[in-house]
Design a binder for this molecule. Structure first.
Ligand code: AMP
Ligand code: ZN
Length: 112
């Protein structure tokens, strides 16, 4: 997807503040952090949203990757939140599926 912001990060056209990557996934810091740790975990493959996802391996891999990012950020014991906003009503603004990994402060429930 040539006009997708996150695909441009995967291709290197735009350089994110990278945290980790491997063949399948990329993690980088959110440009507008909502918590002391706010990392976005994305699959390198373009999938617009959770509504479009049908690959259990991709989704499971993304969730485990988000867990590993949280651990690497030192959040494993204190706790963290993994969020997948889906469509405009939930605040999705970038239509390349991504998991927000949030932590480093008390996270209230229910979310806004
Ligand atoms: P969502 O609103 O769930 O689609 O999340 C998209 C996220 O991407 C937001 O939290 C934005 O702050 C973040 N974002 C937008 N542009 C960039 C960028 N250039 N680098 C890092 N994060 C970005
Ligand atoms: Zn994309």
């Amino acid at each position: 997807m040539t006009d997708c912001l996150f695909c441009k990060m995967v291709s290197g056209e735009i350089a994110p503040d990278k945290v980790f990557e491997n063949n399948d996934v990329l993690a980088f810091r959110d440009i507008n952090p909502q918590a002391p740790t706010h990392v976005l975990a994305i699959p390198k493959q373009h999938v617009p949203s959770l509504n479009h996802a049908d690959d259990a391996s991709l989704l499971g891999g993304l969730l485990l990757f988000a867990r590993d990012v949280a651990r690497a950020e030192g959040l494993g014991d204190a706790g963290y939140r993994v969020v997948v906003n889906t469509n405009a009503g939930a605040g999705q603004t970038v239509f390349h599926i991504h998991a927000h990994v949030l932590g480093g402060r008390a996270l209230t429930w229910p979310p806004g």
